[in-house]
Design a protein around this ligand. Structure first.
Ligand SMILES: Cc1cc2nc3c(=O)[nH]c(=O)nc-3n(C[C@H](O)[C@H](O)[C@H](O)COP(=O)(O)OP(=O)(O)OC[C@H]3O[C@@H](n4cnc5c(N)ncnc54)[C@H](O)[C@@H]3O)c2cc1C
Length: 492
């Protein structure tokens, strides 16, 4: 009997899973496979919180599989030796998986797998992920292709005749049972069941006030969909979310909230398509001339930013909240990057890796293009040089979020939670709080750094050599989805 190996990557679900459907439709025995790969676990963008989410997702799949007499084989090892061991034990097979828009490390691994498959005459059938188009020929055709993909019917796995192979000897050869990724109690839990619950609660109720709360660090935690880790690790497909959105809405206000949400779903693929088209987004600044804005590396400044000790309360609250919970809304992510890039004028790459490890929803396809956009290294976006004090006035006016995540400021009245450096000596005695001792002095003066960065970045963007690359970039990358500009305004 032939064998079908379904290799799960960032598609940790059993529903709407085209590779699984294709494998089940074949007359072959089945091996459902997840592999923790040591060469990827040591990459600087990988963290325990990602692995814990993966483990929870697999556990959830195992529960469902158990009810139909199947199970997932979870191994620890490199893909090529594992595929080779499968080949030796079971003979020729077909490998099924989704395409992955990943980092250089996953591209390299995929190339090694492709070479091995070719050498052994093993067929590797890859299926598109959401609306991302591999080897896109015409960037103007992308938006239509994406929509067509998302309108296809959901894949329904025909489980009835599924028959698993015995994988026990592989489990002995490549054991993954001693993996321990620690406890992360304040983070969202992985798995299709959890994903469906977050989706249902958002569509039933939480979406009310979506647009109003989008930029608010606390409000977005409740009124944002919070689907990002489930989409990033594939507990949900985009198609499933679009289909769930077909439900009629009750009020005009609600439908505007959901329209705004819907356009963000399109952004998901828009950004992934950028990395799919240009792997350089991960490796280097796409418009290298913009790098002249960065200062020589300052480890102390970077560390203060990375640990939430810059002396700017909203920056520090956001970073500490992210460290504890793995989530931050879009505006606050953009503000953290802007602080690192424009106010500290530090290169974006170490910041990208730090945030990648902290974001539970880390998805290279969104992350790297967003990092470069917010760090000002594309050369063609508006430079959003956020002032964190102004952002706090707008989006955390009572400084409740700041008080929650920077406890050393919690006992101060809101005005001083926002600007503790403005306390008079008398007030310092009254509140028993000494700026510089109980909370850091600001590490830079943002009025000054903001103004300098604004002048510098615009001057760089107008240099002929930068403009020439901007033109080339705009000719290469896919067009923004419809409504993109309007929605950017929602998020001001
Ligand atoms: C520097 C930076 C890095 C980022 N890195 C990631 C990342 O690694 N993974 C990730 O999923 N998102 C990333 N984002 C985008 C965005 O911040 C998150 O998707 C969003 O905050 C998730 O919250 P939500 O699920 O409640 O989103 P909602 O507002 O409810 O949106 C629904 C879904 O649409 C997609 N989406 C929303 N906003 C964006 C956006 N701006 N760009 C692309 N897709 C979007 C997400 O999949 C999201 O789950 C990044 C943003 C910035 C500024």
């Amino acid at each position: 009997m032939s064998l079908a190996v379904v290799w799960f990557k960032r598609d940790l679900r059993l529903n709407d899973h085209a590779p699984l459907q294709a494998a089940l439709a074949s007359p072959s025995n089945l091996l459902l496979l997840y592999v923790f790969e040591p060469s990827l676990l040591v990459q600087p963008d990988c963290s325990d919180r990602h692995c814990q989410f993966i483990t929870q997702s697999i556990r959830d799949m195992q529960q469902t599989l158990h009810t139909i007499g199947l199970s997932m084989t979870v191994l620890m090892g490199e893909m090529v030796p594992i595929l080779h061991a499968i080949y030796q034990q079971h003979g020729p097979f077909t490998l099924y998986s989704h395409e992955e828009t990943g980092t250089d490390a996953t591209w390299l691994r995929d190339r090694q797998v492709a070479d091995w498959c070719q050498g052994q005459q093993v067929t590797w059938q890859e299926f598109p992920t959401n609306g991302v188009v591999r080897k896109l020929k015409s960037k103007s055709a992308w938006a239509n292709l994406q929509r067509q993909r998302l309108q296809l019917p959901e894949a329904q796995p025909p489980w009835a005749h599924a028959k698993a192979v015995d994988a026990s000897s592989l489990e002995i050869q490549f054991p993954a049972d001693s993996l321990d990724f620690g406890e992360h109690p304040l983070m969202q839990i992985g798995g299709e069941r959890e994903a469906r619950q977050w989706l249902a609660s958002f569509l039933e109720d939480r979406h009310r006030g979506y647009r109003f709360n989008l930029s608010k660090p606390e409000g977005a935690r409740h009124h944002g969909s919070r689907l990002s880790p489930y989409l990033a690790w594939g507990n949900l497909s985009l198609r499933q979310v679009f289909n769930a959105l077909q439900q009629p809405t009750t009020s005009r206000r609600t439908s505007r909230d959901l329209a705004s949400f819907r356009s963000r779903l399109y952004w998901h693929d828009h950004f992934c398509q950028k990395l799919e088209t240009m792997q350089q987004y991960e490796r280097a600044s796409v418009n290298p001339g913009m790098e002249a804005g960065f200062l020589p590396w300052n480890q102390a400044h970077h560390d203060a930013w990375a640990t939430g000790k810059t002396g700017y309360p909203l920056i520090d609250a956001c970073m500490r909240c992210l460290i504890e919970t793995g989530f931050l809304n879009f505006r606050m992510r953009a503000m953290l990057v802007a602080f690192h890039s424009y106010h500290l004028r530090l290169h974006w790459q170490p910041a990208a890796l730090h945030l990648a490890r902290l974001f539970l929803d880390y998805d290279p396809g969104i992350h790297y293009p967003q990092m470069q956009m917010q760090a000002g290294t594309c050369g063609y976006h508006t430079f959003r040089i956020y002032n964190p004090t102004l952002q706090a006035r707008l989006h955390d006016p009572q400084c409740a979020f700041i008080g929650q995540w920077v406890p050393e400021l919690a006992a101060l009245p809101p005005a001083y939670r926002l600007e503790p450096w403005k306390m008079t000596p008398l007030e310092q005695v009254m509140y028993q709080f000494i700026p510089g001792r109980d909370y850091p002095h600001p590490i830079v003066e943002i009025e000054k750094t903001g103004q300098e960065a604004r002048q510098l970045w615009w001057a760089l963007a107008n240099k002929p050599e930068v403009k020439a690359i901007t033109k080339q970039l705009l000719a290469r990358i896919n067009r923004p989805p419809r409504g993109f500009d309007q929605d950017e305004k929602d998020d001001q």
